[in-house]
Design a protein around this ligand. Structure first.
Ligand code: HEM
Length: 336
């Protein structure tokens, strides 16, 4: 409504033919434009014509002299534009950016709740929430359904992560962000925060995801015992390629899998995959390092090339991880 009235006011400034628009008093632009054109004719002829002119559209076009005709056409065009201008529709559903006020409130809540030691479980939670997506079935994905799936074997340990999201949500209740974000948004934002707080890339996460009312279908998560073909196939089912598989697996650089400092997000995962410390017969902890699915990656030539790239160039890893994380957290999302 406000925009509509601004439009009317603008037209007032542009062609001077409207009375100021009042709230709730719609102007009839075409008629007003004609009056304006007729008034132009009247003033041009004021010496010889006493009666005010009331012209039809056709009359105006036929009878008005050149300059008045041009003026009338211009007025008509402006009026036509106004009359066809539809009121602004409600914003179309889709990802949107957080406003500054909400962003600040969310950042404060995440800083308070998702501290470095909590980062690994939160990042894993974000993966497990989104990776139930199936492109073929067209369901699952980043929708906070993880809250209904915490009893599944692949989600062992993630109750702790979900409780942290509940805490973030509670924190936000006292702020301008209250009620503005879904749990699915909070999970995606918290995962990005987890990466950043451990020194990884700052990832822009749009919001507007709608929460699911129940669990996603089962058996969508790939096993830690999977070989590289099964890993690639599982990611492909979600519309993610080999590059996304290798970049996202770099998340294992944080947490307890033995790839360097557990709360530093860096490219130690890739340097370790090349060094293969799990094969060191002199290290009693060797078999604690990495998962079979991690160990499998360097066996594939395409994966190996990416592992070498990320091992040599941390910034490239950060860039590809950030892009893949955005893809991951948009999988299957229904936008409000
Ligand atoms: C590629 C297939 C993947 C498999 C099979 C897999 C499996 C696992 C397993 C079994 C754990 C150990 C959980 C535990 O300690 O109890 C783990 C940890 C973790 N995963 Fe994955 N994961 C995969 C991909 C990912 C991706 C794509 C991400 C995030 C983008 C991710 C993030 C994490 C994190 C951060 C941890 C450490 C959690 C902690 O220490 O609390 N994982 N993953």
């Amino acid at each position: 409504m406000m925009q509509q009235n601004m439009l009317k006011t603008c037209s007032l400034q542009r062609c001077g033919c409207f009375q100021p628009a009042k709230l709730g008093a719609p102007v009839r632009p075409q008629r007003a434009a004609f009056r304006a054109a007729a008034a132009g004719k009247q003033s041009a002829n004021s010496a010889g014509t006493a009666a005010p002119l009331q012209l039809s559209r056709r009359q105006a076009l036929v009878q008005l002299p050149g300059s008045a005709l041009l003026a009338s056409l211009a007025a008509l065009l402006a009026a036509e534009q106004l009359s066809t201008a539809v009121p602004p529709a409600a914003a179309a559903p889709g990802p949107r950016q957080l406003d500054q006020e909400t962003k600040a409130a969310v950042a404060a809540a995440l800083n308070k709740v998702v501290t470095k030691p909590k980062a690994p479980v939160i990042l894993r939670l974000a993966y497990h929430d989104a990776a139930t997506f199936s492109a073929a079935a067209g369901d699952g994905g980043a929708n906070a359904s993880i809250q209904f799936e915490l009893g599944r074997p692949e989600n062992t340990g993630l109750k702790r992560g979900w409780r942290l999201i509940e805490q973030v949500s509670d924190e936000l209740k006292k702020t301008p962000a209250a009620g503005k974000l879904s749990n699915a948004d909070l999970i995606a934002l918290a995962g990005a925060h987890a990466v950043a707080v451990c020194g990884g890339p700052v990832i822009d996460v749009p919001v507007g995801r709608v929460d699911a009312a129940g669990p996603d279908p089962e058996y969508r998560m790939v096993s830690e015992k999977a070989g590289v073909a099964a890993l690639v196939a599982n990611f492909a089912e979600k519309g993610l390629g080999v590059q996304q598989l290798v970049a996202l697996s770099g998340a294992h650089t944080i947490g307890g899998k033995g790839f360097g400092d557990p709360v530093t997000f860096d490219n130690a995962y890739y340097t370790s995959l090349l060094a293969k410390p799990w094969l060191n017969p002199n290290d009693p902890m060797a078999d604690m390092i990495g998962l079979p699915s991690d160990h499998a990656l360097p066996d594939d030539p395409e994966c190996l090339k990416l592992i070498e790239t990320y091992a040599a160039d941390q910034q490239r890893f950060f860039k590809d991880f950030a892009a893949a994380y955005q893809q991951l957290t948009n999988l299957g999302a229904v936008w409000a």
